[in-house]
Design a protein around this ligand. Structure first.
Ligand code: PMT
Length: 399
């Protein structure tokens, strides 16, 4: 599987709000991600922004009027409605939401929404009082009941000067929600997957920790890939990367905290994928106060460390266990030892000696070794693609 938006047909409906300018950025992100974006503008949207702005980005015809077409197809809106993988309304005004909730089809956006069987995602934008208006809330509830998806609005300063709910969600977050909506019928639908990410931190004293170079990128990429295929994902994270939308995140620091969160989340889960770099040792004691630098002749201090137990072995037997092994030498033999000693279905042996793979980069190079002795060396891939390869193998092995 490549990028989740690659070749997806997305209809982007833009209605009249000052936040229209953000939908240009949204269209640009979708196009960069490989989607085919057809923009449909309401009359009010064209008071704020021109069809040309979108056409320049999407390189496709922009529908700005239900009855005037620059193309040969007089039923272009019906064709778009039928062929779309998803319809996104961003921004959606109170008026557009009311039209959809009440079955109006008097402009191109509402006609397409009425004529489609594709999922619809709405990102509202309006003044705070307008958003809280009972009629608007009733229309939103009705659309949710009808299976329409919503993202936002955000709280903040509104065009009127009011502070409140009503701001259009940022384009990067809308993009993530489009992936979530597209993935709802994916091959991991109905599966619960627990992923760990980041480097644990073991306190030495109130200001110092023992940690490692893990950024969390690998674990987050696996979690996002699983989410984009319809999985219900819990991410146990020791990383400070921003929380990905649509994923339950549990933040931890120490190995003990990670162990507790992972084991709790594994109840009823189908698989555990441990991409986290977990500290093998922790200080025997945590000093209550900051340890002071020694004065005089005494230069060295030593830290007494105790071993952290491996918690893979405590995971309930019905949960498929998938591990990682970050190695700097004897990659395959070291990974095989971990595969067997931790009772794993398979392990991703990760050579971390190359600058383009391992810690804190967006690409990775792993070899998957399973408990039947099958060895599969993957080329250099994005961490998202590595995540998808791991999920493919997980599905194969669970059959
Ligand atoms: O986060 P990034 O910057 O993107 O970097 C990604 C990564 C290099 C950290 C990742 O790809 C990776 O290789 N993670 C595994 C790190 C590692 O070497 O773990 P380990 O060999 O210490 O442990 C082997 C396996 O047992 C791992 O799946 C680990 O999560 C798990 N483990 C380890 C110790 C412990 N007490 N309990 C565990 O479950």
């Amino acid at each position: 599987m490549t990028e989740p938006l690659e070749n997806k047909k997305i209809v982007l409906g833009v209605s009249g709000s000052i936040s229209c300018y953000k939908s240009i950025d949204l269209a640009s992100r979708l196009v960069k991600a490989g989607a085919l974006v057809d923009v449909v503008l309401s009359d009010a949207a064209q008071e704020f922004i021109t069809p040309l702005a979108f056409q320049s980005i999407t390189h496709r015809n922009v529908i700005s009027n239900l009855f005037e077409y620059s193309s040969e197809n007089p039923l272009e809106h019906i064709t778009l409605a039928r062929e779309a993988d998803v319809i996104v309304l961003a921004p959606a005004t109170a008026n557009s939401i009311a039209k959809l909730a009440n079955g109006f089809a008097d402009n191109a956006i509402s006609a397409i929404c009425m004529a489609t069987t594709a999922p619809i995602l709405i990102a509202p934008a309006m003044d705070g009082n307008m958003y809280h208006n009972k009629a608007v809330q009733k229309n939103i509830d009705l659309l949710i009941e009808h299976g329409v998806h919503f993202v936002g609005p955000n709280a903040g300063r509104l065009a009127s000067g009011l502070i409140g709910l009503g701001r259009l969600v940022e384009p990067e977050i809308i993009t993530e929600h489009i992936k979530i909506v597209l993935g709802l019928t994916g091959d991991l639908k109905g599966m619960q997957i627990v992923v760990s990410a980041g480097g644990t931190q073991e306190a030495i004293d109130p200001v110092r920790v023992i940690t490692n170079r893990s950024s969390g990128k690998m674990g987050y990429a696996i979690a996002e890939a699983a989410r984009d295929r319809g999985g219900e994902v819990t991410l146990v994270t020791a990383s400070s990367l921003p929380e990905p939308p649509g994923i339950k995140c549990l933040h931890v620091m120490s190995v003990a905290e990670m162990r507790e969160a992972v084991l709790d989340s594994c109840n009823g889960a189908d698989a555990l994928i441990m991409a986290a770099a977990v500290s093998d040792y922790r200080p025997a004691e945590i000093a209550n106060q900051k340890i002071k630098k020694k004065k005089g002749e005494e230069n060295n201090i030593s830290l007494d460390l105790v071993k952290n137990d491996d918690f893979f072995l405590e995971v309930p037997s019905g949960v498929m266990r998938i591990g990682f092994a970050a190695e700097t030498e004897d990659l395959l033999s070291n990974a095989e030892i971990k595969l067997n000693s931790k009772g794993l279905s398979f392990i991703a042996a990760n050579d971390v000696t190359q600058p383009d793979s391992g810690f804190n980069v967006d690409t990775n190079r792993v070899t998957l070794i399973d408990n039947n002795g099958k060895v599969e060396a993957l080329p250099l891939l994005s961490k998202y693609e590595v995540g998808n390869s791991i999920l493919d193998k997980m599905l194969q092995m669970s059959k």
